[in-house]
Structures are given as C-alpha cells and as structure tokens.
Design a protein around this ligand. Structure first.
Ligand SMILES: *[C@@H]1O[C@H](CO)[C@@H](O)[C@H](O)[C@H]1NC(C)=O
Ligand SMILES: *[C@@H]1O[C@H](CO)[C@@H](O)[C@H](O)[C@H]1NC(C)=O
Ligand SMILES: *[C@@H]1O[C@H](CO)[C@@H](O)[C@H](O)[C@H]1NC(C)=O
Length: 306
C-alpha cells in the first residue's frame, strides 16, 4: 500500500511537470516526431540566445518532443571553431553516425538547419537515409552556395576577414577546400567550371559532376522540404540561393530561379518531382539573416514539427 501511494505520488509529481498532452500522446504511441537542429556559422548547439532559445520554444509548444541540437565536437568552443574549419564531408559523416546511434531517432525525425546548417542537413538527407528524415526546414540556407561573404555573425570579424581573403585568393585550391567550410560551398559563377570540378561539397551534393541516383532517391523520401528566405538578408550573397537560385554563369549580377536551373529542368536531384508532388514549400521573412519573430515561428514552422 505504501509502495502504491509512493507510486501515485510520484506519478502526480511527474505529471505536474510533464504536460498531460505528452502523457496521452506517449500512451497512444503518437508522440511527436523528434527534431534535429543544426546551427549556422560561428554559432553553437546551445547558445541560449539562438539554438538554445529555439530548442526551448519548440519544447514549450510541442510537449514531450525530443529535440537534439547538434554539437560538432566535444565543447561549445570546438563546435564554433568546427563551423569554420572542419571539413563538411567529415561533419556530415559524424552527424550521420550520431543520428544512427540515437535510439530516440530510430523511427524518424524532422530537421531544421540554420544558415549553412541548412545545406549540411540536406546532405544528411541525401547521404544517410536511415533513420528517416521526414520534413527538412532550412532557414536562410545556401543551397546554391555563396559568391561573397559580406560579413560574419557575432564577434568573429577578424576570422571573417581572413576567410574572405582565403576565398578570394584560392577557394578551390585543395588545401583550402579540405579545411575551410565556407570554401566548400563557395560558388564562383565567373568560374563555373572550376567550381564544378573542384568543390568537394556543394558541387557533389548538387549533382554538378555526375548524378548519384541515391542522392536523388533519398531526397525525394522527404515528406516536405521547406525553404525559408530572408528578403533583407545582408549575409547571403546572392539571397536567391536560399531557394536554389543563383547568379547566371559568367556574371555576378543577374540571377536565375530554381525553376530556370538545369538542376530543376533535368530533375538531377528530384526537386522537380518533389515540386510537382507539392513537397516543396517556399516561405519568406521580411527581415535580415535569421531574423524572425517568435510569433512568426510559432505560426509558420511549428505546424511542420507536429
Ligand atoms: C489519443 O487517443 C485519444 C482517444 O482515441 C484521442 O482522443 C487523442 O486525440 C489521441 N491523441 C493524442 C495526441 O492525445
Ligand atoms: C552516392 O552516394 C552514396 C551515399 O553517400 C555513396 O555511398 C556512393 O558512393 C555514391 N556513389 C557515387 C557513384 O559517387
Ligand atoms: C574541368 O574538368 C573538365 C573535365 O575533366 C576539363 O575538361 C576542364 O578543363 C576542367 N576545367 C577547369 C577550369 O578545371
């Protein structure tokens, strides 16, 4: 009897901390799908003002959800450093490994990538189909790369100057490609051939050299692919890249859209098929890079995570 009372008391205490809806969902076997988050350049898994804030907000709006904010490395400092200097192909491999070993993700998960974390999570979807990714949401992701680095976030302006210099003087040298993250999605529209031949990350996931059928098959498994573009973005050059547009070959002024691209027309990555099936969603925010309100997020993003 005493044991039973203790159990009931424990349940009461637990339920007061654990929302009833979450209990019900868990009991029904309808717990919300887990969420994986990948932060952007110069950020980390757990900054209370960025990813930490988003994680909390999601947990508050979707009781019982499991949120994994990826940390690349074994400390916050390493995580931030790796966002500049750890080979992206290795980062993707590491993340695939983490996801495949996380018991809570084995029935599938939704994913949200912020800035460069957007194209990195797309690479995860294309390269690592298990566990399954359901919805992929990219916020200001650079799906066709960048040709310019106007500024870096936070206090990293000296790193930023150094990186810009490296990009401008030899982004496609193999020593730079192997070690500098931003070079790996540097897309020089004035030297499109060089980009196609030498980019070790972006040209690969965008099927520029050859078509890897499994990339296409895997991406098409997504239920929804949501791309958020920031209309006043001062960090991504060109902003069109957030929806798979880019500068036309041979110049850095006029741009083409996803639908005008060879990638789409030849359906090299399955985006055309996905579009026809209503799987692509294009959202805009009238703000600078990654600047959205809590209200906007709750209204426009939370529904995709339930
Ligand atoms: C759980 O099952 C009950 C009864 O069938 C239902 O009313 C409820 O909406 C279900 N889902 C959740 C998330 O509680
Ligand atoms: C295609 O991608 C898969 C998954 O990353 C990889 O294992 C395979 O080697 C790639 N195939 C080619 C021809 O590059
Ligand atoms: C790119 O590779 C192709 C095929 O190997 C080659 O013909 C071309 O000259 C290369 N271009 C550059 C700029 O590296």
């Amino acid at each position: 009897m005493a044991a039973l009372l203790v159990l009931v008391a424990a349940l009461l205490v637990a339920s007061s901390r654990f929302p009833v809806s979450a209990w019900r969902a868990a009991a029904n076997g309808t717990a919300p799908p887990p969420l994986v988050i990948w932060h952007g350049m110069g950020d980390s898994c757990c900054n209370p003002l960025s990813m930490g804030f988003i994680k909390k907000l999601v947990e508050q709006k979707i009781p019982g959800i499991y949120v994994l904010s990826l940390e690349i490395g074994s400390s916050i400092t390493e995580d931030m450093k790796n966002s500049f200097f750890m080979n992206v192909n290795d980062q993707v491999k590491l993340v695939c490994d983490v996801l495949s070993k996380d018991e809570k993700l084995q029935k599938g998960y939704n994913a949200m990538g912020f800035s460069q974390g957007g194209q990195f999570l797309r690479a995860v979807a294309q390269r690592c189909p298990s566990p399954a990714m359901f919805n992929l949401i990219t916020f200001g992701g650079q799906h066709q790369g960048v040709y310019g680095l106007p500024h870096c976030p936070g206090e990293s302006s000296h790193i930023c100057d150094w990186i810009r210099n490296m990009l401008n003087t030899g982004a496609y040298r193999s020593a730079v490609q192997d070690h500098l993250v931003q070079a790996e999605y540097w897309h020089d529209s004035l030297n499109e051939d060089l980009y196609r031949n030498k980019s070790i990350f972006l040209a690969d996931i965008n099927q520029e050299r050859a078509i890897n059928q499994s990339y296409k098959d895997n991406l098409m498994k997504l239920k929804k692919f949501i791309m958020v573009k920031f209309l006043q973005d001062s960090m991504v050059d060109p902003v069109d890249s957030e929806w798979f547009g880019f500068y036309k070959v041979g110049q850095a002024k006029e741009t083409y859209t996803l639908k005008e691209s060879v990638l789409y027309k030849e359906d090299r990555l399955g985006l055309k098929t996905m579009d026809k099936a209503g799987k692509l969603q294009f959202l805009t925010v009238d703000g600078d890079h990654l600047q959205f309100s809590e209200e906007w997020f709750i209204t426009n993003i939370i529904p995709y995570l339930k």
